[in-house]
Every structure is written in C-alpha cells, then in structure tokens.
Write a protein that binds this ligand. Structure first.
Ligand code: SF4
Length: 337
C-alpha cells in the first residue's frame, strides 16, 4: 500500500497533532469544563465496551501517523482514571518517532508518574488554576486540595518528566492568582501557560465578560516580573511565548478568544468512543470506531481519515460570533482540550 502524502485541509493546514481522549470520566468537576450541575450523580458515562480498546487506539494512531501526525496527546476526562494507561503509552511510544504527551489534573501523578516514565512517556501537562486552596477547591468543585496537585507536579519532575502547567483564567474567579502562579513556577524549569477562558461545549455558561485577555495577563505579570516576547518553537504552536527578562524561564499564553490562531491549526481529536473531531468547537464528529469494528482494512481507514482531513474547513475561533454561539458544540471533557 503506498503511503499517502501528508493530508492538507482546505486551508492548506497539515494534521500534525492528534489528541486522544481515553475516557469521558473525571475525578474533578471543573466549573469551566465539567460543571457538576450537568455531570452530576445521574450522568451516564460511557461503559468500558463503548470505549476504544488500546489496540483500536494504537491502530487509529498509526493511521494518523501515515497522514503526517508527529505528536500524540493523551487526554480525557482525566486520562489517569483509565486502567493500565501505561500499557497504552508503551504501545503509542512503540509506533516510533512520535512526541507522546499527557494532559492530567495531576491528582493521581504521585502514584502513576513512575510507571508512565517506565512506559516511555517524556512530557506531561498538569492543569492548575490557582495556588489559593479555597479558590482551587471551588474551581475543581470536588474540594480537592491544591497541595496534592503540587505534590503530583513534584512527583512527575522527580520521575524525570518534562512538566508544563496550564491555568485557565476566569475574571473574578482566579485572575488574582496570575502573578502568584508566575512567581511560584519562575525558575523551576516548568513552563506555565495561561489559557483564556473559552466557550467550549454548551454547559459552562461562558460570557465574554469573564475572559481575561492574554495581553492583560502578560502585563499583570510583566509589571512585577518583566517579560519579553520569545519566538515560537514551531509553526502552529498554540501558546505565545514570553521569557522573563532576567533569564529565569518562560511563560505562555493561549489566546483562543482575543488572538485566535486557527490559520495554523494542525490539531485533530478523537473521543474516547472513537469519534473524530477536527476542531475543539466542532458540532459533530466522524465515527471511526464503527469503521474499525466493522472490519475495515488499513487502506479504507487511511482513505477515510484522508477524506475527512482533506475537507476540513474549521476556523471557529476566528469566526466566533453571536451566530456561532448558537451552534451545538462538543463538550471539552468528551474530547480533551
Ligand atoms: S478553534 Fe478549532 S480550528 Fe481554531 S485553533 Fe481551535 S481547534 Fe483549531
């Protein structure tokens, strides 16, 4: 079977970065992602047989590599809730020449960091929205203490993982934590990234007024810890980089609302049950599980992925408006950030 050339979409964007959700479950109820009112006691999460198996994930990931994917990011829900995740990591790392990373809320890192590294994982991104324990507990909405996530970050670093920290900033909730977070991680070697609060899904009650623009975040920090712009590491990098003028490290800002970056977007996402989404704000997905479980051969799977990728037109953040706000959008907890 001939290797198809890297797939380019209708805007000439290749697919380089595949995010794979391995579960729709989470042990947190972050108010901007999985509000308790919706994802509460009666919510029906997927059964194990609905989830893609590790073999199916590996097969699909391999197919995307053929189409040009170079980075795999394991997400959820909370991916560390998926049993034996290190077995999957080992399989994906075994595909070769891939940058495999994991996004987690850090709660289970003290127990799992060692086995993840043994499986070949090199990078982890931990979500941490506040250092203030009350604020953190109210944002994760399950009363989980901040110290245990900080312990998770230390455990990851001690196990040899490269660590990034993601903080979603919501006005009036944790914007008073921006400088404190910057001070805490300055000089640690961990890269802290601030994410503008986004209208992902349809359950977080998003309002533009609650968004703290990236420019404001940078000036808040720079007023106390002078920053200077840094060049991007590669085209399509999500975060805008800023380094501390005193050389003590860098931060990033992900400005999907005020400085959208769809023009260079090379990301696709697979949900835990095998639906392909070509945008974080997509309204519908493409069922790859039916294909895999329906006995499709590699050529058919490759052709299907190529067809979907080639027809991609997504530019939600650049088109964000009152019209797009009405569209039904997939939940972030379902496809990972
Ligand atoms: S809004 Fe969609 S197309 Fe734009 S950068 Fe985000 S995922 Fe990519």
């Amino acid at each position: 079977m001939t290797t198809p050339p890297s797939t380019l979409d209708t805007l000439g964007r290749p697919v380089r970065d595949l995010r794979i959700s391995v579960t729709d479950r989470c042990n947190f109820r972050c108010v901007y992602c999985m509000p308790k009112e919706v994802f509460g006691r009666g919510y029906r999460f997927m059964d194990r047989k609905e989830l893609l198996s590790f073999e199916e994930i590996e097969r699909l990931a391999g197919a995307f590599v053929v189409h040009g994917v170079e980075k795999l990011r394991i997400t959820g829900g909370e991916p560390l809730l998926r049993r034996d995740l290190d077995v999957l990591i080992e399989r994906l790392v075994g595909l070769g020449n891939l940058d495999v990373a994991l996004t987690t809320n850090g709660a289970l890192l003290p127990q799992k960091a060692g086995s993840l590294v043994a499986a070949g994982l090199e990078r982890v991104t931990v979500s941490l929205d506040s250092l203030d324990d009350d604020t953190f507990r109210s944002m994760n909405d399950v009363g989980f203490p901040v110290t245990r996530v900080l312990d998770g970050i230390d455990a990851a670093a001690a196990a040899g993982l490269k660590v990034k920290i993601n903080a979603v900033v919501k006005r009036g909730v944790n914007d008073d934590q921006v400088v404190a977070l910057a001070r805490h991680f300055q000089g640690t070697g961990h890269i802290l990234r601030f994410i503008e609060y986004m209208d992902v899904g349809a359950t977080n009650g998003w309002r533009l007024d609650d968004v703290v623009p990236a420019a404001e975040i940078v000036s808040l920090i720079s007023a106390e810890l002078p920053l200077e712009p840094a060049e991007e590491n590669y085209r399509g990098e999500v975060a805008r980089r800023f380094r501390y003028a005193d050389g003590s490290g860098e931060i990033g800002v992900i400005a999907s609302v005020t400085q959208p970056f769809c023009g260079d977007c090379t990301r696709s996402r697979i949900s835990a049950e095998g639906r392909l989404y070509t945008c974080l704000f997509a309204t519908k997905g493409h069922d790859l599980r039916a294909l895999v479980r329906g006995g499709a051969d590699d050529a058919e799977i490759h052709a299907t992925i190529g067809r979907i990728g080639g027809r991609r037109t997504d530019r939600y953040s650049e088109e964000r408006s009152s019209r797009t706000a009405e569209l039904p959008r997939v939940e972030m907890s379902y496809i990972g950030g």
